[in-house]
Design a binder for this molecule. Sequence first.
Ligand SMILES: [Zn+2]
Length: 269
Amino acid sequence: MIINLNEAFKRQSNLVAFNFFNIETISGILDAAQEKDRIVILSFGESYMEHTPIEVAAAMASEYSKLYKKPFVLHLDHATRMETVEKALHLGFSSVMFDGSKLTLEENIFNTTMAVQHAKRFGATVEGELGYLNNEDGSDEIELVYTSVKDSLRFVSETGVDALAVAVGNAHGIYKSKPSINVDRIKEIHASVGVPLVLHGSSGIPMEVLAQSFEAGVGKINVNTELALAGCRGTREYMDSFGENPRFENAMRMARVEIKKAAMEFLDL
Ligand SMILES: [Zn+2]
C-alpha cells in the first residue's frame, strides 16, 4: 500500500527516505523495510528522469506495493519544475518535494504554495525546502548558511507544507570532514513551525547525531549516497570474484543485497 507522509507519521516516527531509480534500488530498500518491519519512504529524484522515466518509477512502485506487506510512501525528491510535481501527482506519487531553495523567499513561497494546492487535490503531502544545500550528487561546495527560524515560520504558515527541509550543517554527497549538525537550530525551528523537519544528506552523519536530530524535531532523514556506494560495492565485489566472464544479472543481485544491508543500518534509528 502506498500512503502519504502524514499517514506514515501517524503510524511511525523517525522516517527514513531512500532514493530509488531502478529494480535493484527499489527491491533492496523494500527488502530492508520488510526485514526490519519499518515504513520507509521511496524517493525518486527529478534528476533521475533522464535515465528512468517517472512513469516507469511510478509503475514499479505500484507493482512492488503489491509484493511487500509493509506500506511505504512514494515521494518525489527535489522537484524544481511544477510540471514534474503535477506529473508525479497524476502518476500516484503520495508525496512531493518542491525545491525552491534556489529562488528568492517570495518566489519559493509562491511556488511551494502552488505545489501544496495541487497536492491537496490528490490527497498527497508536500515537503518544502528553505536554506540552500549543494547539488544532490554532492558535486559542488557552498558556503554554509543555516535556515533561519523567522523565515521558516513565515514559509510554513504561508505555504501550508507538511514537512520542511532545512540547512543545519548537512550537505549532499560525501562529507569531506566530520559534519557538524546544529541540533539547537533544529529544536528552535521545530518549536516555531510545528511540522516535522527533513534532514537531507544524512549519509555520513554519525548515527548518534541522527538520533539526536530525530529527538530535536527532525521527522524524516534522506539517505542517498550510502545506498549509491553500497550498490557499487556489491557490483565491484562480484566483478572482482568473476573477473573473466561476469554476468550482469548476477552483479545486479549483489548490488541489491548490499543496498539492503546499507538501508537496514538506518532502520534501527
Ligand atoms: Zn536532498
